[in-house]
Design a protein around this ligand. Structure first.
Ligand code: CU
Length: 65
């Protein structure tokens, strides 16, 4: 499990963008993103930093928790 804190998710479209960013790294990843807390849980064997940077490239400041 990879935990991230993601900022600036404001609506369901943002959650979808973050989810798609993660899936661009690992298509089989499971993504659970909370709009309320900004917590994003990713079940994936991919490199956590790769996932973090993909979310940032999608426009959302992200930090590994
Ligand atoms: Cu949005």
């Amino acid at each position: 499990m990879i935990m991230l804190n993601v900022k600036e998710m404001a609506c369901g479209g943002c959650v979808k963008s973050v989810t798609e960013a993660v899936k661009s790294i690992d298509a089989s990843a499971e993504v659970d993103a909370s709009l309320e807390t900004g917590e994003v849980k990713v079940t994936s064997g991919a490199n956590p930093e790769s996932i973090r940077s993909a979310i940032e490239e999608a426009g959302f400041p992200a930090a590994l928790a």
